[in-house]
Structure formats: C-alpha cells, structure tokens
Design a binder for this molecule. Structure first.
Ligand code: CU
Length: 115
C-alpha cells in the first residue's frame, strides 16, 4: 500500500515529467503497474478528440473505467487498449480500475479536461 508521502512524491515527479514534455500530450498513456496507475492525472483539452492508450503492465487482469464517459474496459494481463473520446465539458473526471477490490486498493486517477 502506498503512503500519502509516496503518493505526493509521485505526483511531484509526474508534474515534472509533464512539464518536461511541454504538458501537451495529445495521446496520453495510462499504465497500470503493481496495482496502481502510473499516471494519476491525465490532462486533455475540451472539444478535441483524444486517443487514450491504456497499458496493463501487470501479469493479472485490470479494468479501466470512467463513469462520466461510460467507459468500462477490461484488460487482460499485459493487454493494451486504446479508445478515442472527445470530452466536451471541462472538469475533473475520476477514472479507476473496476476489477473488484482494486479501486479500494488505490487504483484511481483523474482525467482533467481543460477548457
Ligand atoms: Cu486493477
């Protein structure tokens, strides 16, 4: 289980990585590894189609769920899936792993749709 400090450190590292990439990843990747999302924040632009790439790097099944977009995608071990959305409303939309118990274990993140 991840401590709060670890989580904050990871968020900091992610922020640095995003800044290094210019912060504009038009086709963001969300990787699943060791029962967590490696990207807990994904930034996209409202009104623009974006292809989200979800990579399960674990040797067991996960799922990728965003209720707001009616996305509920199971991923087998080591499976990669892509789906394209065009978010219209700016806001924060939670995503999580719908495999029983995984959300409780911390497999959560947020899709941030910027205006
Ligand atoms: Cu999971």
């Amino acid at each position: 289980m991840m401590t709060r400090k670890t989580r904050l450190a990871l968020v900091g590292i992610l922020a640095l990585l995003l800044a290094a990439c210019g912060g504009s990843s038009s086709n963001p990747t969300v990787s699943m590894k060791d029962m967590r999302f490696r990207q807990t924040e994904v930034h996209v632009k409202a009104g623009q189609p974006v292809t989200l790439r979800v990579v399960n790097q674990d040797g067991y099944a996960h799922a990728f769920d965003i209720d707001a977009f009616d996305i509920h995608t199971p991923l087998a071990a080591n499976e990669v899936r892509e789906f394209t959305i065009t978010p219209q409303q700016p806001g924060r939309y939670d995503f999580y792993c719908g495999t029983p118990g995984h959300q409780m274990a911390g497999m959560v993140g947020v899709l941030i749709v910027e205006p």
